[in-house]
Design a protein around this ligand. Sequence first.
Ligand SMILES: Cc1ncc(COP(=O)(O)O)c(C=O)c1O
Length: 475
Amino acid sequence: MDKLTFLNQIDTMTGPSIRRFYMPGHKGRGLSEIVLPKMDITEVEGADNLHHPQGVIAALQERMVADYKTRASWPLVGGSTLGIQAALLALAQEGDKILVPTNAHRSVYGGLALARAEGIYLPPAMDRSWGLATHVSLEILDQALARHPEAVGMVLTNPTYYGTTSDVAAIAERLHQKGKWLLVDEAHGAHLAYCRTLPEDALSAGADMVVQSAHKTLAAYTQTGMLHLGTDRVDPERVQRILGILETSSPSYPLMLSIEGALGQAQISGGRMMEDIAAAWDRAVLTFDAEDNIRLYTPDNGYPYDKSKWLFTVVDGSGHALEKDLREKYGIWLEFATAHTLLAYTGMGTTREDLGALLEAIGAMNRKVSQDPQDHSARPSSEASGLWAVDHPLVVPLWQAMLGQTEWVPLEQGAHRISGDFITPYPPGIPVVLPGERMTPEMVGKIQKALDQGEEMMGIGLKDRVAVLCEKETD
Ligand SMILES: Cc1ncc(COP(=O)(O)O)c(C=O)c1O
């Protein structure tokens, strides 16, 4: 086999004529000042130490503190995944109960498991037409607080992958009134603090801790992130100690340098570029009408929308074919496609020409359809099939189930067994089964039905098998 198959493959996928609407936010442009292999160094004299920053890395932290107006900030070389896990370990004690809207990323569940904390799962508000989780309202929060006054804090995803937002300031205020903390997973929102016309960032809204990916919307390299302390809830030294446990002792200098480069770009021109993207979204949305098969998604929940996410809805369910055509005929690569959605994810490297090419291609592929786009009876929906559980009663603690020995069994034999993994339909990316939950025959039947209807489901193996805990794990 050709030894460079991997390299050749990536090289051909990233040619100059390709327009990238997927992460990372640099879109294959910029960062030319980070020279490889020249700058791939280690903690020699003058290069500082991520785990004991006193020099150039401390200066980068100061810049993060100033840009995001924080009490303390840490650059990360393990993405938001590392930041979320570190934040949960810093904030939670073993056995603590934490409010978790179920559209949380799996790193939140990983963080709960590491901290041996217990999730109190809340269903987020949904856009029922397209089956997307949109926000957490104060009403949802108040109901959860009334049922679980012992909860110590909450993890909120804001903005979502699809760009929808919650009222973070109101949520932070409510939690603080009751002496509880707010951790915001702002993996998709590191750009917000730089753009006045986009939704407010979580640190300005009063969150206690905030985690961001620097590679999703900013121009830093993949795997970079930022962890911020917004209030004095946690001792910064505790955070530093936890990062020392979780994060590599050989952090990549090119990655860390790319965080500095991305912040510099955001400061100088990136904020304005993102505002241009939002203005282009405002113009583009007017060009679609109710009969179009493909339309730019506009949330109807009344909250500000992060217009850096160009989410298109597809009435006739041809999303996968459209994504393939965009890629093969127009050289436009999207972040994500399902039968009924296409996500073009912009970032600090997106240009006006990219957006023009995207809209032109969508225009060429669009057609009129008679179906009412609000009528979702024709669309497979995990909600319609009754899959979403309001509650996830765990018979084995999450941490024990996530780390337990599992075996694969056919789905129908999963009934009455304890799940060893998440089972998650996309969209909306909300797990319907958590590790540690006993699967009921009813739930297994619904999952089978959803699979038969063509729903995309993570956590289901080849030939519709599911991972369950080995019997000895559950004795
Ligand atoms: C909402 C959310 N949070 C956290 C993460 C993890 O981010 P990272 O890939 O930077 O570790 C993701 C990744 O896609 C995400 O979508």
